[in-house]
Each structure stands twice: as C-alpha cells, then as structure tokens.
Ligand binder design. Structure first.
Ligand code: GDP
Ligand code: IMO
Ligand code: MG
Length: 422
C-alpha cells in the first residue's frame, strides 16, 4: 500500500529505536535501509533494555516481518551476536527476518582499514565507530564489495581472498598490523547464522508486499546531519541517511512514500568529531549529558550536548520532505529554569538561517531565543492538554518554525512514555 519513512533529523541517537517499536503496530513490515552496526537503537520493552545494531526495531512484534535492505552493510559477527541475544530473551529473530542478498558485507579487514584510516588522520579523525562502515561503502561504490548473496555461491572463498589481499596491500600502506587470522575465523564461522535466513531479492519482496496492500515502515539509522552528501562533511557517515536513501536502500520508488516521520530530541547531541554550533561545553552540557544518559549505545562514548538548533533542523526538514515531527527526551529538560533555542546563525556579521557551505570552517555564532522552563517532573503517558503551558509553547514554536506538526512527544525511554497527538 505505502511506505512511511522514519529518519533522525540531527546527528543520530534521536530515539529512532523506541519510536519504531511504538509505531510498529501500524505496519506489516519494518525495513532498515542504510547504515550498519555503527547504529545502536535502544528499546525498552517490559522493563528490559535492548540495543539493536543491524536488526530492525520491529523485531519485538510478532506480526511484523523485518527486512534488512540492500543499502545496509552487515558485519556477520555483530549480526550473529544480536540474534543470539534476542534468543536468550525468547525472541526468535530468525523466524521473522529476511535479508537482501544485495546488502554488502563488512569484512574483518574493513574494520582494520577503518582503524588505520582514523589513526592516520590524527587530530582530525572523524570519530568513526570503527565498525568498518566507511571502507565497506567505499568497496561498494568502488565495485569491489562482497554481498550477502555471495556467501551461498561456490566461488565465495575465492572472492573473499581476492578482496582480503587487496585490503592487506592497503594496510601495508598504512603500516597497520593486527592479528587477522583470529578475527577471520570468528567471521567465517558466523556466516552460517546469515546463511540460515531467507536471503532474498528484497526489492521484489517489498514491491509485491506493497502491491498486495501491505504497509511498510522504513527505519533510518544515524541522522540527517551525518548524511554523506548533506551532513557536516567530512564529519559524516558513509551512507544516505535521508528519506531518499530509503528508495535506494530498499528498491522502492519515491512515488510509494507517504509520510516522512522525522525525530528530533528536545535539545541536541552528537558523538564523534565535527562542527556543533550549539554545543554546551560547561555545566549545562554536563547536566544534559547526565540527565539524558547521553552515552553512546554502540561505543559508550560520552555524547556532546547542546541546545536545539533550528536552522539545522529546518535544513533537515527540507531535505527529507518532513511531514510529521516527533520530539523525544522532553523529560530531560524537566529541571531547567530556562531553555535556549538557536533560531539563526551569525556568519561574517550577517544573520542567516541557511547553513553555510562548510559548517566546519565557517565561524558560526548561534543566536538564541530564551524560553521559560516548566520545572516539574513530566514523564509517562499523558494527554497533550495536560502538559504544562511552557512545554506546549516550546513545541508550538518549533512546529511554527518548521511548519510541520509534532504528532508524538516522548517523555521517557519506555515504549509507553509518550504524548500521542495522532
Ligand atoms: P537511536 O539510535 O535513535 O535509536 O537512539 P539511541 O537508542 O542511540 O539513544 C536514545 C537514548 O534515549 C536511549 O537510551 C533511549 O532509551 C533513550 N530515550 C528515548 N526516548 C527517550 C525519552 O523520551 N526520554 C528519555 N529520558 N530517554 C529516551
Ligand atoms: P544511530 O543509528 C550517532 C557517527 C560516529 C562518527 C560518524 C562516522 O544509533 O543514530 P561511522 O562509524 O559511521 O564511520 O562514523 O558518525 N555515527 C553515529 N552517531 N548515532 C549513530 O547511529 C551513528 N552512527 C555513526 O560517531 O562521528
Ligand atoms: Mg543510537
């Protein structure tokens, strides 16, 4: 019937996992379309916390078929561990999971190349999650990659060896040494877990599902400001994190897309290097980090924290064709007397709303508007009308700035900590 797309509007970790899990009841299929195990999507279900890296966040719903699309890059080791962890809590992931045979594989040497490249960059490193994401996408566009479909072909070993040899040459250039045989053995063994799943032409499966009236939710990873084309380049990831990435990463046409759900925290975070105009380096940033539990779900690194950045959010809304806004972590602001929201940038003495070409080298001064905090403990599920006026004013300001309605406001990490407006 249609594809709705859910993406992060900031620098990742907006709460996509929680919201996909909540929205999943409205769909038949949840499909991941890009990224890989650099993602960490946290779900809190029945008091248990679970972090998904590769498996779509619809996995806790019995009626949902989960699809890993061709745009995703898969590390068989992480993937197997994820399947096993789900098994331990009684979720048979393999019963309701399919994988595109065109998804690319992350080899052990991709991870080594990621580490070598970062080490060589020194101070200007990207702050990659070191999961091998960049080198794997480079091999895809360089037309050297290994794909999921290759693991069941008779020439798999030869293809693997050829790519590995190429990587070893590159690693020599970087002077990078590692114990490859140990990594390789675990990698080879873990391929059987992938082989046990339906490895399909997912583009046909999804288009046939659409033709037979099924509803698909496309789950994005990372965030719009980490997009390889429009993010804060070069401090970005290596995939297309925007709505358009769902078409490429699943094989569905733009005309099949209905709603675009974009998620933003009520403030802003980023992990890794790169520009962050509204970053708070002092006490307020630390307060946000502690109250928001802002430590990476994949790497455990402390996330950098700052105020809401509306020029960046407006850019993301434009690029994604945003139709519905979802605001998360409003509860993290419960104890702030005063909030600030960046409404414009000052660049070279000019007040602007458009992002400069190179946010990395431009001197950007955020211009703020102050808002009174609500200073009371708001959490759980409650009607919008019961929210304090200070929250509704804050939300209305963001909605008006973006000209997009906020349909869900998340007030805590659990599935039901939500104010639902539509
Ligand atoms: P994702 O990568 O976009 O899925 O987000 P992450 O899982 O990396 O990070 C979001 C974090 O915030 C997780 O620890 C969630 O459990 C938590 N979280 C999600 N929504 C809320 C919320 O509304 N309030 C609070 N306090 N935590 C939330
Ligand atoms: P989810 O899906 C936050 C960041 C890294 C680094 C940059 C490049 O959980 O929101 P990479 O490993 O992709 O080469 O790293 O992108 N990054 C994320 N930040 N959330 C993520 O995913 C991220 N995935 C990558 O920290 O700055
Ligand atoms: Mg995350």
């Amino acid at each position: 019937m249609y594809v709705d797309v859910l993406i992060g509007l900031q620098w990742g970790d907006e709460g996509k996992g929680k919201i996909v899990d909540y929205l999943a009841d409205r769909y038949d299929i949840v499909a991941r379309f890009q990224g890989g195990p650099n993602a960490g999507h946290t779900l809190k279900v029945n008091g248990e916390t679970f972090v998904l890296h590769t498996i779509p966040s619809g996995i806790f719903h019995g009626h949902i078929t989960n699809v890993i699309g061709n745009g995703v890059v898969i590390d068989p080791i992480t993937f197997k561990k994820e399947v096993e962890k789900l098994n331990v809590i009684g979720v048979d992931a393999t019963a309701k999971l399919m994988v595109s045979n065109k998804a690319h594989l992350i080899l052990p040497t991709h991870k080594l190349l990621d580490a070598a490249s970062e080490a060589r960059k020194g101070q200007s490193k990207i702050g990659s999650t070191l999961r091998g994401i960049g080198p794997t996408y480079m091999d895809q566009t360089g037309r050297n990659g290994l794909r999921v479909g290759d693991i069941v072909a008779s020439d798999f070993q030869a293809k693997y060896e050829a790519l590995k040899e190429k990587h070893l040459e590159l690693l020599k250039f970087y002077n990078y040494e590692a114990d490859l045989p140990a990594l390789e053995q675990e990698w080879m063994e873990s391929l059987d877990c992938l082989r046990s799943l339906p490895l399909i032409n997912a583009e046909y499966y999804l288009n046939e599902a659409l033709a037979s009236g099924k509803r698909i939710l496309a789950e994005g990873a990372q965030g719009s400001m980490l997009d390889v084309n429009f993010g804060t380049y070069p401090y970005v990831t290596s995939s297309n994190t925007l709505t358009a990435g769902a078409c490429i990463g699943l094989g569905v046409a733009p005309s099949k897309i209905r709603e675009v759900y974009g998620i933003s925290k009520a403030y802003c975070t980023r992990v890794g290097g790169g520009p962050f105009p509204t970053e708070l380096l002092g006490e307020e940033g630390e307060k946000l980090r502690q109250l928001g539990g802002e430590f990476g779900a994949t790497t455990g690194r402390p996330r950098r924290c700052g105020w809401m950045d509306l020029p960046a959010l407006r850019y993301a809304a434009m690029l994604n064709g945003l139709t519905k806004l979802i605001i998360t972590k409003i509860d993290v602001l419960n104890s702030f007397e005063e909030l600030q929201v960046c409404t414009d940038y000052e660049v070279d003495g000019q007040t602007v709303r458009d992002l400069p070409y190179d946010l990395c080298s431009a001197t950007v001064k955020p211009l703020y508007q102050n808002f009174k905090g609500w200073n009371q403990p708001i959490t759980g599920s409650l009607p919008f009308e019961q929210l304090p006026e200070e929250i509704t004013r804050y939300i209305a300001f963001i909605e008006n700035y973006l000209n997009v309605p906020a349909i869900l406001i998340s007030t805590g990490p659990h599935r039901d900590d939500l104010v639902v407006r539509a």
